[in-house]
Design a protein around this ligand. Structure first.
Ligand SMILES: [Zn+2]
Length: 597
């Protein structure tokens, strides 16, 4: 569906996170050319060889700040955006190179056959292409897209004239290099340039040609993502986002098959209960586990959450299937909210379902990724077009949308996350309210299929369900209200931990079955996953196990918004354990409870 969104203002839980991210990291971490993350590109710092991977923050910030400016129209944000982008343009070299590496350290000098030794130069350039492309869209100034194209032309020259392989410009079996496909596709929408197209084709070719990767072929054969390349979650999701964008631009059934298989594989076997792609068993915290390997100490890197959401958004655009919207909503309310600190500045690097927070620091990749993922939410909360409006994430919000030849102002004011209820009120915007009938569709959350009620102006209506959206089509008039109520009941999810050896760290789990078996349960209500703040980690187990009697006593206390779920409530012989939404909690989180059998 072609989306014509005029404005979206998000409220509620997600809205306050977006607002604090805006006044926090987005406005303070980088505020002009003198900010440290931008000063890395100065001649002095480049000469000292101080930049390194930290240069990626510039491109991520340009992208997020552009989205924020498009959303708010805040002249101060525009000023910051233009001053940073102009400074970076002033640092672009004659040949098009723009980065923070000293000349002798750049990717185009003798790229190593051993990709593990390659640095982050082309990665940073790719993020600058992404950031400058979006800056051009936000400001309407073509010079930023022109500069992005000059970077792409420089990379093109090194690849096609100097014989450098894109896959060898970055680590992780070529995925860090070939992931530039995503920003190249963003830029192609602005500049459909033949050399850019050649570079895009080259990235796709090398993702498959690299013997250690063969991403498209192996996904086409439905290989598990953990068995492809080195299974690095962030970089693989970035490649998949790029492939999904390339499919939308140029077609290619093999690309769509690879993306569809990858998404289904990750969604069914590699997401935490919070909706983030996770790894860490046996190898490294940032690499997919082998299928079926599970432990209650699930770990998600916040960068991977951002990229999983980007990939899922592209699959939603391709298919229009509400199951992708449902996953976006789950990740936004849980994996993303659980990764942020209330001050809008800090983010958690490693989000654990059970365990302590791993906060990282100012330069952590994840701090800029969390900030970016927040700014994306208003962009995909709604889709609208000729035939109707689609709600992809249900949340308090107001929006002005172009639909059916007119304009509609929408308002949702009920706290859906805490009640399962939403009410959309239609009113007129600046242009005329549509005279023709149009459809209004709300994605059906995967947890509430078949159990909701829909009313228009207080009267029950029968809504059709198609492609994962609950749809009412009628001639809407100003003042109409559509309300929808999903059941807000406790849901229990159970899992079995079957693989453990004697290692002291969570990535030392065994990958072969040795007779060990424990059952675990987690709790959710509406779109939220719940937790308590007891400390439970691999090396120091919490004694807080649940009996089946206690499990039977789980209930919701309606008037306790901070800890609305209580285990053992109303049973005087049992200890009550209060649960709160998983994003609360000062230092640690405890989502998976061991069942005492
Ligand atoms: Zn990260």
């Amino acid at each position: 569906m072609l989306s014509i969104i005029i404005s979206v203002v998000v409220g509620g839980l997600l809205g306050s996170a977006i607002d604090s991210g805006y006044s926090g990291r987005l406005s303070t971490y980088i505020s002009g050319p003198e900010s440290e993350a931008i000063a890395l590109f100065s001649p002095e710092m480049v000469a000292k060889g101080k930049g390194g991977w930290r240069g990626e923050h510039a491109g991520k910030w340009l992208y997020a700040a552009s989205k924020a400016y498009e959303r708010t129209g805040d002249p101060e944000m525009r000023e910051r955006l233009v001053s940073v982008a102009d400074y970076l343009l002033s640092r672009q070299e004659e040949n098009g190179y723009l980065g923070c590496y000293r000349e002798d350290k750049r990717y185009y000098h003798r790229p190593s056959q051993n990709t593990m030794k390659v640095d982050w130069d082309s990665w940073i350039m790719a993020y600058l292409i992404k950031g400058l492309s979006e800056t051009s869209v936000a400001t309407g100034d073509p010079k930023y897209a022109d500069a992005a194209l000059r970077i792409a032309h420089f990379i093109h020259w090194t690849v096609f004239e100097q014989g450098i392989k894109v896959s060898q410009t970055g680590m992780h079996c070529g995925m860090a290099g070939c992931g530039m496909l995503d920003p190249l596709c963003d830029l192609y929408r602005l500049r459909p340039d033949p050399e850019l197209k050649q570079l895009i084709d080259r990235c796709i070719f090398e993702m498959d040609d690299e013997p250690n990767l063969q991403l498209i072929t192996l996904l086409g054969k439905d290989y598990d993502v953990s068995l492809i390349g080195n299974g690095k979650i962030y970089e693989m999701n970035r490649c998949l986002t790029g492939l999904a964008k390339a499919y939308q631009l140029f077609g290619g059934e093999n690309l769509l098959l690879a993306c569809t298989n990858a998404w289904n594989c990750i969604q069914s076997m590699h997401l935490t209960t919070l909706g983030g792609p996770w790894g860490g068993i046996n190898i490294c915290l940032e690499i997919f586990n082998r299928p079926a390997e599970w432990a209650p100490y699930e770990v998600t890197e916040t960068c991977s959450v951002m990229e999983w959401m980007h990939f899922t958004r592209e699959m939603l655009k391709i298919t229009g299937d509400g199951k992708y919207a449902s996953e976006l909503e789950k990740s936004a309310y849980n994996a993303l909210m659980a990764a942020r600190a209330a001050d809008g500045n800090r983010w958690i690097y490693y989000v654990r379902t059970n365990g302590e927070f791993g906060p990282g620091y100012d330069w952590s990749c994840c701090w800029s990724s969390g900030m970016t993922a927040l700014e994306d939410i208003p962009v995909y909360m709604y889709d609208s077009g000729k035939n109707g409006v689609k709600v992809n994430i249900i949340s308090e919000s107001s929006a002005v949308l172009s639909v059916a030849g007119g304009e509609v102002a929408l308002k949702e004011t009920l706290p859906y996350a805490f009640t399962g209820k939403a009410e959309y009120e239609f009113s007129s915007a600046e242009s005329a309210f549509p005279k023709k009938p149009f459809s209004f569709s709300v994605h059906a959350p995967e947890w509430a299929l078949g159990t909701y009620s829909v009313k228009v102006n207080g009267q029950s209506v029968t809504a059709s369900v198609k492609d994962g959206y609950i749809t009412v089509k009628r001639r809407w008039t100003e003042g109409d209200k559509l309300s929808i109520e999903f059941p807000y009941e406790i849901r229990c999810y159970t899992k079995t931990w079957e693989f453990r050896n004697g290692g002291a760290r969570e990535h030392n789990f065994s990958n072969w079955y040795n007779g060990f078996k424990e059952s675990f349960v987690s709790f959710a209500a509406g779109p939220l996953v719940f937790a308590t703040d007891h400390l439970d980690r691999f090396a120091e187990r919490s004694p807080l196990d649940l009996s089946s009697d206690e499990l039977a006593g789980v209930k919701i206390i309606k008037d306790s918004p901070l800890a609305p779920v209580v285990i053992g409530a109303g049973q005087t012989t049992l200890r009550p354990i209060c649960l709160m939404p998983a994003y609360e909690g000062p230092q640690s989180r405890f989502i998976w409870f061991r069942i005492d059998e």
